[in-house]
Design a protein around this ligand. Structure first.
Ligand SMILES: Cc1cc2nc3c(=O)[nH]c(=O)nc-3n(C[C@H](O)[C@H](O)[C@H](O)COP(=O)(O)OP(=O)(O)OC[C@H]3O[C@@H](n4cnc5c(N)ncnc54)[C@H](O)[C@@H]3O)c2cc1C
Length: 407
């Protein structure tokens, strides 16, 4: 079997993998990315980026290139449920002001390609497309020492590395090989995504909830609308793609009406169960980042932020470990601390929201409250905008301001 050596080998060229590679290559390391798909590739996604993504993109030096893709600014979220409509905007919450007043929505096939191109432009990244990670190489005491990949023609390749990064998405093979991946049966959902042309849309993303699921829409580049259906797997069972999609759309007549003149600009793409967690994200010689480290549901639209931020935190720790000649899990303690603060706490909140959304009585009561207290909707949307530190939610004055506002 052929063998090559790198400082770091990364499985997956999505935002988590490309950003990790970009940062580590800029720090002077030789990085390999293993990716089964040819880029640009489509990725089923709501395609909305929270405001806090922009400073991260600036730091990567790709903000201008991303803006030039023609993405649309998204000023807030209009949430529809139980016959009510509430709008939350990205606002100043307590001591936290948004870095910009809007999020950004752009097609993933374009966005992901910009990040990958930036990583390749460093000159320190070798991209192996058409290869997928099949298994891990293990050394003394089980330490991970790289991967074995398989090319489309079945040819295996051994890639040895001082650190191995699993950025291979929600069905991560690296996480499976490490034995740390767990499914979350209560969050088993399916999603169908597409792009529509010919729809007049404002500058808000919209989420339309119905019992067992929701539609999410965001205006993206090229005058298109990104449209997602997310529904409990149990509610979807037995349905055909097109007819099932139309059946669920009929459950949200307001949205159906808005989309009446629309033309399909992309096929319906489906993704299966999207929820998993991991029991560990760091082991000797390897780490997980982005969806590979765990992901629940796109309802709060934070996965791209988690991927970009997680990659920043991981690259910092891996860089220090490489400089110190370390390959033990403890060398990435900084990554674990950063994840706990920036990502895990937000995932917990998203899980709490998911639990609430399963109960119709809670949804009705919550929407009645949100309608009466508009600052509360701003608070929720701003927290999912990723710039409000979770500790801000511990300040009574933040809740007082939200709960005493009136419509
Ligand atoms: C329906 C839906 C809507 C969403 N909406 C939003 C939204 O509006 N906003 C938001 O921020 N997030 C959203 N998300 C989440 C977001 O898409 C993910 O969190 C984000 O893509 C994670 O990036 P990643 O780099 O970790 O993984 P990915 O983007 O999934 O990239 C992983 C890469 O790994 C590759 N790969 C897979 N297997 C292997 C292997 N064995 N070896 C090597 N490579 C492999 C894949 O080909 C892929 O390119 C949504 C997700 C879904 C499913």
């Amino acid at each position: 079997m052929n063998e090559r050596r790198f400082d770091v080998v990364i499985a997956g060229a999505g935002p988590a993998g490309a950003t990790s590679a970009l940062r580590l290559a800029r720090a002077g390391f030789h990085v390999a990315i293993v990716e089964p798909c040819e880029f640009p590739r489509a990725k089923p996604c709501g395609e909305f980026m929270s405001p806090e993504c922009l400073p991260l993109l600036r730091e990567l030096g790709v903000a201008t290139a991303v803006e030039q893709l023609g993405g649309r600014g998204v000023s807030g979220m209009a949430l529809h449920a139980a016959g009510r409509r509430v709008v939350g905007r990205f606002a100043t919450i307590g001591r936290a002001a948004p870095p910009i007043e809007h999020g950004l929505a752009v097609r993933r096939e374009k966005f992901d390609a910009v990040l990958l191109d930036a990583a390749l432009a460093t000159g320190g990244v070798t991209l192996l497309t058409g290869h997928r990670v099949q298994r891990l190489l293990r050394g003394d005491g089980g330490r991970v020492e790289g991967v074995v990949t398989q090319a489309r023609d079945g040819a295996p390749l051994r890639l040895r590395a001082r650190w191995t990064v699993g950025a291979d998405g929600v069905r991560s093979q690296v996480a499976r090989e490490l034995g740390v991946r767990r499914e979350l049966p209560w969050l088993k959902k399916v999603a169908l995504t597409t792009h529509l042309a010919g729809v007049t849309w404002g500058d808000e993303a919209e989420v339309h909830f119905f019992a067992g699921g929701y539609f999410a829409c965001a205006p993206v580049d090229d005058g298109l609308l990104s449209l997602n259906l997310v529904v409990d797997q149990s509610a979807w069972r037995g349905r055909q793609r097109e007819s099932g999609f139309a059946e669920f759309l009929a459950r949200v007549p307001k949205l159906q009406e808005k989309l009446a003149g629309a033309r399909r600009a992309a096929p319906l793409r489906g993704v299966g169960a999207m929820a998993c967690r991991t029991t560990r994200q760091v082991v000797d010689g390897a780490a997980l980042v982005g969806d590979a480290a765990g992901y629940i549901d796109p309802v709060t639209g934070e996965g791209i932020f988690f991927a970009l931020k997680g990659a920043e935190l991981l690259a910092e720790s891996v860089e220090a470990a490489l400089h110190g000649g370390r390959r033990d899990a403890a060398a990435l303690a900084g990554y674990q601390r950063g994840r706990a603060k920036e990502i895990v706490a937000r995932c917990r909140l998203a899980t709490l929201l998911q639990r609430g959304l399963r109960r119709e009585t809670i949804v009705r009561a919550a929407f009645a409250l949100l309608e009466a207290r508009p600052r509360l909707a701003d608070l929720i949307v701003s927290v999912t905008g990723d710039y409000v530190p979770m500790r801000e939610l511990l300040r009574p004055s933040v809740w007082k301001a939200a709960l005493t506002s009136s419509s």
